[in-house]
Each structure stands twice: as structure tokens, then as C-alpha cells.
Design a protein around this ligand. Sequence first.
Ligand code: PLP
Length: 376
Amino acid sequence: MIDFNIPPHTGAEEQYIQEAIEKRKLCGDGMFTRRCSEWMEQTLAVRHALLTTSCTHALEMAAVLTNIGTGDEVIMPSYTFVSTANAFVQRGAHIVFTDIRPDTMNLDERLVEDAVTPRTKVILPVHYAGVACDMDPLLDIARRYHLKVVEDAAQGIFSYYKGKALGSIGDYGCLSFHETKNLTMGEGGALLLQEDESLKKAEIIREKGTNRSQFFRGQIDKYTWVDYGSSYLPSELNAAYLWGQFTMFQEIQQDRMETWEFYHQAFQELEQAGYAARPVIPSYARHNAHMYYLKLEDLDTRTRFISYLKERGVMAVFHYIPLHSSPAGRKFGRFHGEDKYTTRESERLVRLPLFYGMGQESREKVVQTVKDFFTV
Ligand SMILES: *Cc1c(COP(=O)(O)O)cnc(C)c1O
């Protein structure tokens, strides 16, 4: 059987976990957390990076940093994971969903300005499949209406928009290191920040509302409760696993890219024959092989496709049920404009197995099984 996903493991991780244990410091913000943060700052060319317990938590921190409050509005796509919305619902915000572009499945930048109201505070692009949203028009709207931009770059590490790392473009960027993402620490994430002032506030939110981080740097002589906060710092054990992954990131990425390219090449014929659409990468985007998907004719074809593959030992999956049609989405938000593509395109999309080290034999089996579905 070919799994849909196996969490990345390179063999470099164990040694660092052992080191963390021997250091007798397991709680957050030790040596491995610091190494991971500095590595992200350098590699992604972002001013500040804070390791967090998940991308969900990074989004929650970003929500607090935007000062969003009851009744304020956030514009985001409906085609996303629940955490994108929950982080803002938790602060009392109202979610305004706008339609996606059918080519990238990303927020359609041309529809965002029309959804802006006097209550709008935040635009929240989600870089689906690690393929960049068209950020320049969104940044322009944000500047003209004094809005904050929070990037959900959960799937976007090592992806770029016009040469800039995803997550480093808006005011706040959120990455995920969940086991289904390119690099992992089990559960984990990072908050990327562009301003020193934001870092100060973020450190306080992450450290239970205290100024403990400043205390440890010797900048103040006692630490105390200074603002709202929670506990968003991961254990050193998790950070040590991630550090192992960071040291091997080129190998992981190269392997994923090979799988992606192999699929893309192999499915060209299917696309030309009109059976399935392949992912589109706009010229402004450099992607990270986070995901390989196909878009089939309709929901019924997809349902038959997934069970056909499953019977032959290939695990393919679909996601997301558009948030605006879910019970919570209806309660906490509204869809602005026409749902031309969100529902229709989401029902066509199916994700194929793609994970580090899946091997050529598995790639070939996936391709052959997919082709068989259409041609038998
Ligand atoms: C995975 C994912 C998240 C949540 O990440 P966690 O680290 O599991 O909290 C949020 N948004 C998107 C788009 C994701 O793919």
C-alpha cells in the first residue's frame, strides 16, 4: 500500500534529541529553539522568527498582534483549513470569505477590495499548496485602507513570491511543522515578524503575558505579568527534531521536487486529453512541492477515483469543505460576492501521495493507477 503521507524522518533527528536530553533542559527557548529561529531568519531572510507549538497557535498570536476585536472583519478564502478562521473567531472577529481563483485555488486578489468595509482590519491570504498568492495587489489594498496582512504560509516553507519567502511578505507570517508538512517537529509552527516592535509584543504573548524573554536576556532585572498572553513555546525535544530536519532540508526538498516533477510530467497527457487539470504555478511563484493534486471533472468522478485508487492500494485524499458552508462558518462569517469557484473547484480536487523518500517504484505505481482509472 502507498500511504498518502509518512512524516519526514532523515536519521539526523535522534542525535539532537539525545543532546537535548543530556543538556537537562527540555522546556522551551533552549539551544535548539534558538538554533531553529536563527536558521529560519537567515534562510528565509526574515527579520524575526519565533518557534511555536503549531501554526494554529502562530495564527492565534498574529490575531492578538493585529489588535482585532469584537465585530472587526477579516477577509480570507473559504477554501482553507479551519485554523485560519478560528484564530480570529476566538477574538470575536467576523469572517468575510471571498472567492478563490480557479487556477491556484488562492484568494482572488481582484475580489478583495470590494469586500472591504469600515470594520475590516485584516487581509489573510493562504498560500495553498505552497504556491504564492499574488501579494502585490493585496499589499496595495492593505496600505490604502490601513489593514494588516497575515499570511497563512502553513504549507509554504521554501516557497517564494517574486523572490521573497512566503510568510516574510505581510505583517505577520505563520508556518506549520505539523507531520503533514514538508518539514516537521510532530506538532509545531513558527511566527515570522518584520518589525522589532512586533517581536517585543509577540514574545510577551508567547510567554504567558510576561516579559520573561527580556529577563533572560538581562534587559530587565525581574519579570512580571505585563499583558495578555498564553503558552506558545514548544519543548526542546520537538525543536531538536526540527533542527535535524533543517540540517537535511535540501535533501528533503530535492526528493519532494522530484516526485512533483515526475507526476507533473506524467499527467500532461491526461490534461491534454481533458481528463484532469494539473496545478498551475504563476510566473511570480516558486513552489516547494508541498502538494500534488489533480482536478477531475466533478464530485462524482472524484469519489469514484478515490475509491478506485484505494482498492489498488494508493491512498489519495481530498480536503477542504469550504468554510462558509460549514455550521461554524455560517455562524461566524459570511461569503462576500458570488461563490463561482470555491465550492465547484473544491469538489474536483484530489491530492496524491507525496512524502519524503517515497521512492521511484511508488511514484510509478501512483501514476500507472491514475492512468488506468481514465483509460480502462
Ligand atoms: C496545516 C495547516 C494549518 C494548521 O497548522 P498546524 O500546525 O497543524 O496548526 C493552518 N492552515 C493551513 C492552510 C494548513 O495547511
